[in-house]
Design a protein around this ligand. Structure first.
Ligand SMILES: [Zn+2]
Length: 268
């Protein structure tokens, strides 16, 4: 029955049917019809409901085993064990990123925040400190998207550095200055190179990393190290901070180089 799927999606997203009603404008009476008479939405209501939960219309109608998780946006086949495991691992990585960076908004949350902030900015009636607040919300949304794009990499720059990288771009300077927010943002975050264009952080764009091995190699060294740590300590979270992570990455690079040199020497 449609209502069962609806109820599950509400639960997953952490909203009540009443909240769903006020967010989408779909009346409470419609919802109680779904519940009591086994009704199914059609047309615009069907599309709006699917968009609200970030799932496909087919999924909503129970015609597809492919669900898009309303939490992380991952699309997967619920009947497939491997895909379920991959999905769980994604949530584990996400949780690790949240504990390191303090937050990482879901697709639904960041799209809503971005849209709300843009509406308020475009209305053009904000004073400087309100405009700064709105831009910070937008930056948090973009940061969350960039972090997700990096597969929740713990090597992603923290929020403050990320903002400084965006403020290094002429387009963001223009946009924020239009609303009188640029000077305050510059004072608070400064600028730094690292994201030459767009809003996704790509480790190979960072000038200081140009001479280090490609990100993939570093990642695999870290993964290897993480594997060793887990073997040694069990899989309990360990409270590393930014500097520790950088030190570990640098150290692992040395270890890897040493190992490779040894391999080469032994091969002779
Ligand atoms: Zn998910």
């Amino acid at each position: 029955m449609f209502y069962d799927v609806f109820e599950q999606l509400c639960q997953y997203k952490g909203v009540s049917p009443a909240r769903f009603s006020s967010d989408t404008g779909i009346g409470q009476s419609t919802i109680s019809m779904w519940k009591k008479k086994g009704g199914t939405p059609t047309g615009g209501k069907l599309r709006d409901t699917a968009n609200y939960f970030g799932v496909t219309v087919d999924y909503l109608l129970g015609e597809s085993p492919f669900a898009r998780c309303p939490g992380c946006g991952f699309e997967y086949n619920e009947d497939d064990l491997k895909e379920n495991t991959a999905h769980r691992m994604r949530h584990d990585k996400w949780a690790d990123a949240v504990s390191k960076f303090g937050f990482c908004w879901s697709y639904i949350e960041r799209e809503r925040v971005k849209a709300d902030s843009r509406t308020r900015l475009e209305a053009g009636v904000l004073d400087e400190s309100d405009a700064v607040d709105e831009y910070e919300q937008i930056f948090k949304a973009l940061f969350s998207r960039s972090l997700e794009g990096s597969d929740y990499s713990l090597l992603h720059p923290p929020f403050d550095n990320y903002v400084a990288m965006l403020l290094n771009q002429e387009s963001w300077q223009k946009a924020t200055s239009k609303h009188g927010a640029l000077n305050t943002l510059l004072k608070k975050y400064g600028t730094r190179p690292g994201i030459p264009n767009g809003t996704y952080f790509n480790p190979s764009d960072t000038p200081t990393q140009k001479e280090s091995p490609p990100a993939e190699a570093e990642g695999s060294v870290l993964d290897e190290f993480a594997g060793e740590l887990i073997a040694a300590y069990g899989d309990k979270p360990i409270g590393f901070d930014d500097d520790d992570i950088e030190d570990i990455a640098a150290y692992m690079k040395l270890v890897k180089e040493r190992r490779e040199r040894k391999k080469r020497e032994e091969g002779k």
